[in-house]
Design a protein around this ligand. Sequence first.
Ligand code: UGA
Length: 443
Amino acid sequence: MRVTIFGTGYVGLVTGTCLADVGHDVVCVDIDAAKVDGLNAGVIPIYEPGLKPMVQANHAAGRLHFTTDAAAAIAHGEIVFIAVGTPPDEDGSADLQYVLAVARTVGQHLDKPTVVVNKSTVPVGTADKVRAAIAAELSARGADVAFDVASNPEFLKEGDAVNDCMRPDRIVIGASSASAVDKLKRLYAPFNRNHERIVVMDVRSAELTKYAANAMLATKISFMNEIANIAEQVGADVEMVRQGIGSDPRIGWHFIYPGAGYGGSCFPKDVQALAHSAQQHGYRAQLLNAVEAVNEQQKGHLFELIQRHYGGQLSGKTFAVWGLAFKPNTDDMRAASSRRLLAQLWEAGATVRAYDPEARDEAQRIFGERDDLVLCDSAHAALVGADALVVVTEWKQFRSPDFARIRHALADDVIFDGRNLYHPDEVEGADIAYYGIGRGRSI
Ligand code: UGA
């Protein structure tokens, strides 16, 4: 099928590439000419495992095109996806300006029956706004073209996006016309083998489904972080508690890892946007507000542990920080817990020697040159001349370090483990003081 995708960010680029990979003819549009030129030359603007060779192969095979020419792209697609960003507004609501700008562009050029699909995470009711924006442009030029607006939210995870896209656990289609449902079912047929993954529903339910999924996952994390904080106070180990509850299938093992708080471009933004939408409709979303508040507090928790250990005297101290990305396998630092930690350490007069396997350039871009930050080329280089080690992102390569070597490098022999990667006994056995999240017995 002929598919057009607006936006070559995470969602648009991965979706377009996967659709091309199963044989669809895909045109990706972006207003950023430099990005489009780069993609046409095989340069991938994000780090995502497995994506680069797939983009290059499908581009070379002529099934995946990148352009800034919106009119030609709209002429190409029988299905047009909107996959542009919805950054948070000042008040936490989702900013729809980019989505609606695409809708207007579609209305200005639409010349044949088309299914327009919202893939961006958008508040309930956005499909109606998109429909109205397209209709207004069509009527302004006296055109009468039939179109549908459907919602087809994306559930991919950064770092595992290609896999999520190629092997989705569900495909949610929210549409009001049978022909739109039919078209999207045909589009996704290659991903829907062996058992049924497509869930068809009305547009508003599909829009809310996306927020509900992310809010539920964020809730699990904040819940566990709260249990961790309680464990710290009462002298229990949250890692034992986690193991004690995860085997109950109603709770499950996923997303119950306490840590330095959730980050990324989705959870913080989506929890706030859903709470804000609820408020606009006259409902005070107490649980969502609490999920967000617990996370905000949690992002400052590592710093509290550090401060407590040093009795508030951090000026002149140097901290090795392992991990800057908001999670492993990405270079994305949006809303990353590391950003809060670094800001707090700097504020207290400390210096940071940081290492992240992928986010070095991103960190350089965000922080620029500063005397109190050294971006290092290896985990060990970050330790050289440091007083203490702080682990912020759970990259695999940090899991089994040589503790004797760490002890040798650090002046103060202390590790603050923001992701509970290590067992306290193992670290303490190497004569290093250990602080984890919710590990009351070690405090
Ligand atoms: C999230 C969802 O998991 C995807 O299903 C969704 O499609 C995506 O948002 C989106 O809306 O686009 P992502 O933001 O890539 O995906 O990251 P996650 O893997 O969900 O991790 C989010 C944050 O939670 C990370 O900072 C991670 O460290 C933290 N986390 C995760 C925990 O602190 N504990 C856990 O147990 C799990």
